[in-house]
Structure formats: C-alpha cells, structure tokens
Write a protein that binds this ligand. Structure first.
Ligand SMILES: *Cc1c(COP(=O)(O)O)cnc(C)c1O
Length: 470
C-alpha cells in the first residue's frame, strides 16, 4: 500500500469535486476550522526555490527551505475501496443495509463496545445521543471551550445551555478539576471532548458524574483507537460519539458512530437517527416513539469505512512512533511545549499533534509570523481554535425568541458573568497544530519538523526585524 504524495490539504477545502473523482484527495473543513488557515499554512513559498540564500538563512528571508517534499496526502486508498464501492453500486441497495450492519459490528468489536450505531456524521452522533438521553430546553451541559464547534452546536440545537469549563493548558483538554464548580441544579450532562486524539481526565469526570447523578457523553470524534487505562475511549460514557469526516483518522468523507453498552439507550439512539422508527419498524409499521430525524449512514460510506479500517491500526502505530520521536525532539527546544497526556491516557490517537509556542523564547516573534516562517521551511502548521465561549453564535442563539422563552434574562446574565475561561484564552494565542497526516510518513519527517523549528528560532531576531514575517 502506497501513500500518495503530492496532493496538499487545500485541494479539498472548498472543492466538492476532486481531481480523481471519489478517490481524490479531500480534507474538508471539519476539524481544521477555516479553509483560509489551511491554505495559508500549506502553500509552498514562491521564494523557496531561491538559490541565493545560504542554507542557514530562513526560507522566508530567501534561504533554502528545510524540505520541499509534501507530507503524506489524505485520504489513502487503493483497489480495496474501489472494489467495495463498485460492489455497493451493483448490489442495488444503497441505503442502510448489510454494509452498515457489518461496519457497526466491526467497529463495536474493535472498540469493545456492546453496541455501535452508524450515523450520518459526528454531529448527528452527538445530537442523537443527547436527544436519546433527554437533553432539552432548560438543561445545562458542561462543555470545553477548546473543541470543534459541533460539540457546542449539538447542545444549542436541542435548546440546552452550554456551560464552558476552562481548559487545562498542559493537556489542551477540559480542566476536570474545574468541572464540579460549574454544576448547578440544572446540569444534566458533562460532555468532555478527547481533543486531538488524547484523552480528557475520565477518572475525575466520571466520578463527578456518578456522585452528582449527571450523565457523561464522550465526544471522541477525534479519538479513534485512543485509550484510557487500556480501554478504548468512547466506551466509558453513556455513549461515545465518533466522526468519520474527511479530516478524521478514520474517513468516509462524512460519517459517524455512537457506542454504548446500554440496550435501551441504543434503541433510543436508533429512533433518534431514524425519524422515530425503531429497529423493529419494518414495512408498513408506522408507529413512532421519540423525536427523531434522518441521520443515517449510507451503504457507500459503510463500505468505505470497512476498507479504511483495515489500515487504521497500522496508521495509528506509525503516528504513535512518529509522535513519540517528535515529542523527544521538540521538548529540547526552548519555548516549545508539546501537549502532555494524563497518566490514564494509555494511547493517543494523534488526530492533531499539539504544542504551545512561547514567543518570548523566539525573540518575540509573533505566533502568526512563526507559522509563516515554518510554512516557508516546508512545514505546514496551524494556529488552531479560537475561544468558542466568546463566539457570536452563542449570543445569536440566546437572542432568538425560542431561547428567550426558555432562559430568563437573569439566567443568561448569570451565564455571561461566569463565562470566563482565561486559561483557554491564553492557550488559543499559544497553540500550534500539526495535522495527523504529517505523522504518517517516515521518521525523517519528524527530524525535518524539529529542524525547521530550530532554524526559525535561530533566525527569529532577523525575522522580527523584517516585514517578510508580518
Ligand atoms: C469533527 C468533530 C465533530 C463533528 O463531526 P462531523 O462528522 O464533522 O459532524 C464533533 N466534535 C469534534 C471534537 C470533532 O472534531
């Protein structure tokens, strides 16, 4: 199996159609945030070919870049995917059927969960889970501010109130030590995210959930194969939600799944994702229970997932080894602090390789300029999320008539007064991400990344003085 090189992340960001049709390279905006930052981060510098610069000079100042080879492209596929899709086309059954069922049982056995329900995407896995657990108007759901917006949208779409708990800047995860003080009489759920493929502090969160009788749902949309105490994340909460969106480590373009061990809950999730019809509803049985929508996965996506899953473990091992090496290299560079894992996190899925950048150790070079200089060296990196708890979509939701009926002005004013996440605000100015595909190549790629960071650090005083970095 070969890794296709040459395609870059920006190819798929705005393009619905790709150069090789359904097996083309797509990384949609999903986790990555705005397409603009991806494009900027990946663009090859025009001046990279300059032959005048000394090899030590920063590429941004006319030097030779550390590398010109693109990082592995994504997705990775071969005849397995092509054959699987052709089989579905010829079967004549394109909607939920035996391929979806086969994927569900494979994913359940891979994760150790009793049940798996495939959904249209990770957002619908969250919506179906929250809906099946009865989350609705007036309920409070504890969430991290450092996540993809879908986590919060799932809460808002059910007209519940997201209550943000600050981030642990060492790990980039929700700060479990601060969860309990956010619990009120209306708190119905804690919704931790296993951000970047690492794990939130599940011991602490589950203990609070048990003691205060609050359900826990895991947003494991970035954490395929990640583990907490040697058991897969997504199997600890009432449900665990996964995404198979194009950027994710397991990819069917769009797709999602819910894991649970609860027989009754999986049936409720099924109805939530199947317009209120249960597994037993067949033919002309039109009896309905629970509010639902159509959030089903297709046979095409399931067939792709089954094929993609044959590579998942091997790719995860490559990321594991490369990430461990990269952490060793980057930890030696003053001003670079790789995200730490909790002691209970026994496996990181490395959907994102995350570190903090301390500009003061880089002659005051702003992070944006650091990213620009890195990109010029052939290392595309991103700044990551902005503080979600301050995004205007929250006030937009609160000002809608439906929300105003549910939540009094006094209640929302209290929410506003408590909606401060200073650690997260700081993290959002210091974070740097490398996407998972950058960990899929040879070990030498890690040397290149570290070399580029060291080179930019050495050139930082000059970079600060020039306008090139601005
Ligand atoms: C990708 C993602 C989602 C949403 O998944 P989709 O498949 O894009 O709907 C939710 N939460 C997190 C943390 C994600 O990264």
């Amino acid at each position: 199996m070969s890794i296709r090189r040459g395609a870059t992340l920006q190819d798929g960001v705005d393009a619905g159609v790709t150069r090789r049709g359904f097996i083309g390279s797509i990384v949609a905006a999903g986790t990555l945030g705005s397409g603009r930052s991806i494009t900027a981060a990946v663009r090859r510098p025009a001046q990279a070919a300059s032959s005048t610069g000394a090899s030590n000079a920063a590429a941004l100042l006319g030097g030779t870049p550390v590398r010109r080879t693109p990082f592995p492209s994504w997705p990775i596929s071969d005849a397995k995917e092509e054959d699987a899709l052709i089989r579905v086309i010829r079967s004549g059954r394109w909607n939920r059927g035996e391929n979806v069922a086969a994927f569900e049982s494979a994913y359940a056995s891979m994760t150790g969960a009793k049940h798996c329900l495939a959904t249209a995407n990770g957002t619908s896995a969250l919506i179906a889970s929250l809906s099946a657990l009865g989350i609705g108007p007036g309920d409070e759901v504890i969430v991290p501010p450092y996540t993809f917006v879908a986590t919060i949208n799932a809460v808002l779409l059910l007209r519940a109130l997201p209550v943000f708990v600050d981030t642990d800047t060492d790990t980039f995860q929700i700060d479990a030590r601060k969860v309990e003080r956010a619990v009120t009489g209306n708190t119905k759920m804690i919704l931790p995210v296993h951000l970047g493929g690492s794990s939130a502090d599940l011991d602490t969160i589950l203990e609070i959930g048990r003691r205060r009788r609050i359900s826990v749902v895991e947003d494991a949309c970035q954490a395929h194969l990640a583990e907490w105490r040697r058991r897969k994340v997504g199997t600890y909460g009432r449900t665990g939600c996964f995404s198979f969106q194009a950027s994710k480590n397991l990819n069917s373009g769009e797709g999602g799944a819910i894991l649970t061990d609860d027989d009754d809950l999986i049936e409720k999730c099924y109805r939530a994702h199947n317009n209120s019809r249960g597994r037993q509803n067949t033919g002309d049985d039109f009896s309905y229970r629970n509010i639902g929508a159509n959030l089903r996965l297709t046979e095409f996506q399931a067939a792709l997932l089954t094929a993609q899953m044959t590579r998942l473990e091997e790719q995860a091992r490559t990321r594991d080894a490369n990430a461990a090496h990269l952490t060793k290299l980057l930890s030696q560079i003053p001003g670079i602090t790789p995200a730490r894992m909790y002691e209970g996190c026994t496996r990181n899925a490395y959907h994102l390789y995350m570190f903090r950048y301390d500009a003061s150790r880089f002659a005051g070079l702003p992070r944006a300029a650091f990213l620009k200089a890195l990109a010029a060296e052939g290392i595309p990196a991103q700044a990551g999320y902005t503080p979600l708890n301050k995004q205007p979509f929250l006030e937009d939701a609160f000002s809608a008539p439906g929300f105003r009926t549910i939540y009094s002005k006094a209640r929302l004013d209290q929410w506003r007064a408590q909606n401060e996440c200073p650690q997260n605000d700081r993290l959002c100015t210091e974070a740097v991400w490398l996407v998972q595909t950058m960990l899929l190549g040879p070990r030498q790629d890690m040397e290149d990344i570290a070399q580029a960071v060291r080179k930019v650090q050495a050139a930082a005083p000059q970079l600060v003085k020039t306008t090139a970095a601005r």
